[in-house]
Write a protein that binds this ligand. Structure first.
Ligand SMILES: NC(=O)c1ccc[n+]([C@@H]2O[C@H](COP(=O)([O-])OP(=O)(O)OC[C@H]3O[C@@H](n4cnc5c(N)ncnc54)[C@H](OP(=O)(O)O)[C@@H]3O)[C@@H](O)[C@H]2O)c1
Length: 370
């Protein structure tokens, strides 16, 4: 019997920077190298904000030289051969560029964090729903087999009732040296820099995928967390360098931290970044929170099991692409692994911590007019 042809997902890459390159190189890998036979990806086109030659060089670098190169994002979103736009500009510009794609009636996968604030995201979600197009935040970690396994372990009661998750996403980046001119998007307020939006999203992802995503629909309806948090600043530009976010759910507490000054795993020995604590034991997930490959289950009273989840050839961004492609194939408007309402909830948590601590970005990028 002949096998059904895989669904082909045709991507338009909006921006030509670092993560656009990594994602696109993953897209062009043969999916069978990760055991996937039901979807395939092609890069139909890519656009640079202002240089068609940069788009052309980008396409050739990522192994898609035959795709169409554009020197503006407006041309890309108008391309009828593109099924879905992958937005990979700095977060300060996600709102504007997602809007551009949605207004053109395109499906959208947008890099993390979705927007600068929840008000912007709600506008995008409303527009996507009105236009009946698919939209998803590209939180790649959620699609890793290790994340799927952790959620399964929690749901199966392996460690009893989960009462607390602590999740760290710390990197000793030496920002005073590395970012001493204050221009890099990591610390530049004009590009929505700061640790919370850039790295905190990963520790929050672990808290929310363990403590919220695993709940039933009816539990979710009554489980919006209360959130408090604190930050310390990167003095040069005023964005946050460290933060702690505490999310209190009806039956559990999540503590998410991130920093660009200190390390979660100082000697690179695979120390735990995430501890999921239940009444019958604990699951530890090894650093880094954004791209973990190992977990350990420790049972109350004894019993330790380690499980490895090595990432096959590539960076690991292909799993989120596969998730988006399957949702598109099935005519869905969002992906159940990263639902839009959950993106909003996490964005609201980040807003709460920023606003409580007087950490606002310039008006031009917190804006919601469109
Ligand atoms: N999922 C992950 O693991 C991961 C990792 C890193 C970053 N990210 C996210 O991806 C996004 C981009 O990060 P990146 O590291 O790829 O940044 P980057 O290397 O600086 O690339 C950003 C690209 O956006 C385009 N762009 C458009 N307007 C811009 C502006 N005003 N300033 C700067 N660039 C502008 C530029 O390409 P053209 O002008 O040629 O279009 C630029 O190359 C961020 O939101 C970040 O949080 C995700």
């Amino acid at each position: 019997m002949s096998q059904a042809k895989p669904f082909e997902c045709r991507w338009g890459i909006l921006a030509t920077g670092w993560i656009a390159t990594v994602f696109s190189k993953d897209l062009v890998l043969d999916p069978t190298t990760r055991g996937v036979t039901d979807v395939v990806h092609t890069i139909a086109a890519a656009a640079s904000s202002n240089s068609v030659s940069r788009a052309r060089t980008f396409l050739s670098d990522v192994g898609a030289a035959g795709a169409t190169a554009y020197g503006s994002y407006a041309e890309l979103v108008a391309d009828g051969n593109v099924d879905v736009i992958y937005v990979a500009t700095p977060h300060s510009h996600h709102f504007e560029h997602c809007l551009l794609a949605l207004q053109a009636g395109k499906n959208v996968v947008c890099e993390k964090p979705f927007t600068v604030n929840a008000a912007q995201l709600k506008i995008l979600v409303q527009m996507a729903r009105e236009k009946k197009v698919f939209m998803m935040e590209a939180v790649w970690t959620r699609f890793f087999p290790i994340s799927v396994e952790v959620r399964r372990l929690i749901n199966s009661g392996e460690i009893g009732e989960v009462r607390r998750v602590t999740a760290e996403m710390n990197q000793a980046q030496d920002p005073d040296v590395k970012y001493k001119d204050g221009m890099h998007r990591m610390v530049n307020p004009d590009l929505a820099g700061g640790t919370l939006l850039d790295l905190g999203i990963y520790s929050l992802t672990w808290v929310y995928q363990c403590l919220y995503h695993t709940l039933s629909a009816s539990e979710k309806a009554s489980s919006a967390p209360s959130v408090i948090g604190t930050i310390s600043r990167f003095e040069l530009t005023g964005v946050d360098a460290e933060n702690v976010v505490v999310s209190t759910f009806p039956k559990s507490i999540g503590i998410a931290t991130s920093s660009i000054r200190i390390a979660t795993d100082p000697d690179d020995s695979g120390r735990p970044a995430i501890r999921i604590s239940g009444t019958k034991g604990e699951i530890q997930v090894a650093h880094p929170a954004y791209r973990p490959e190992k977990l350990t289950i420790i049972k109350l009273g004894g019993g330790v099991e380690e499980k490895a989840f090595p990432i096959p050839a590539g960076h690991g961004m292909f799993w989120e692409a596969d998730g988006a492609a399957r949702a598109l194939r099935d005519g869905k408007l969002e992906c159940e692994t990263m639902p839009l309402d959950e993106s909003i909830l996490i964005m609201e948590a980040m807003d709460k911590v920023r606003y409580d601590n007087g950490f606002l970005y310039p008006k031009a990028i917190e804006k919601t007019d469109h």
